[in-house]
Design a protein around this ligand. Sequence first.
Ligand code: OSB
Ligand code: MG
Length: 370
Amino acid sequence: MKIDLIQIRLPLVHFFETSFGRQLDHEAILVRVERDDIVGWGECPAGGTPGYSYETVGTAWYVLNDFLVPRFQKSGAQNPWHLPTLFHFVRGHPMAKAAIEMALWDLHAKTKGTPLSKELAQFGGLPSRPEIPTGISLGIENRPEDLMTRIQAACDKGYRRIKVKVKPGWDIDILQEIRREFPRISLMADANSAYSLSDTEHLKRFDAFDLMMIEQPLDYEDLVDHASLQRRLKTPICLDESIRGPEDGRRAAELGACRIVNIKQARVGGPSNAVRLHTICAQRGIPVWCGGLLESGIGRAHNIALASLPNFSLPGDISASERYYAEDLIDPPVIVSPTGTITVPRGPGIGYTVVEARVAHHTVRRVRLA
Ligand code: OSB
Ligand code: MG
């Protein structure tokens, strides 16, 4: 099997700012696998700085190149769902692991001639849905008016729920203004770990805004403090950063650390762990939704397939290609219907064509490990 690592940088159509910083472009590593003229693709959306997690394109390149790909090649492993066990010898680095597993799932499904959504569903012993409801994540803006304009535009495009980023100094006043202008929209807030338990009284003020949930208010590896906070808040807590794999879903449920989980396959070490986490949450009555890391169309196509599973009952952060990039890497681009849904593709594998000339145009470095 030929394996290529391809580091890319894609300019965003509009900057994306969270409590940990502002991004102007998306940096990622694509994994391209080829066997008998069939090509599979995966994406490691680690980004250029260790702001969301400790992983970056630099650490992921190193871990893939020096450890994961050599071990995979030596093993002769065939089935993508064996990778979490095969890669257990590397502690952490879930996004690096996820990218190669995604590529193998795409290859596996294309070899069988079936859609990736069907393969993931079969792996989980579950049905898959033909279309998924979806939402949009809007970053911190220079001025509140700019955010209001973007919320209006997103509602006009049909997105089923609006997520806004918050941090100290861009929270209560902003939410108040949003509710004044948009009293009835489905709204949620994502803090990306900007608060601590000593902000509990402040966070209780979020209860006034009828939010679907508040995402990751406290520290990025914490479960215990989130459980304390959840006992004091009416608003459901949704965990993102703190859920690093299927077992964290069980731990969070046992502690009462959240009522909702954001599943990002990159964050939990790949598609098979994402399916496992989905089911662990379902068994404990915790609804999930599919998060994103500003993926190119390649990673987003994987997210669409995953989000077709039944416990992804809340709209996710899977938005149209045009919301991120002037020209996506896939054809056709991801489109969102006027009623806020995305059709799950029925073709083999990820179901979108990767345009290799566009990949080449945005490539920073590339290596073949054959
Ligand atoms: O916390 O969900 C997050 C983007 C980059 C890093 C972290 C997050 C996000 C998003 C955007 O909210 C999700 C997307 O539209 O891909
Ligand atoms: Mg988040």
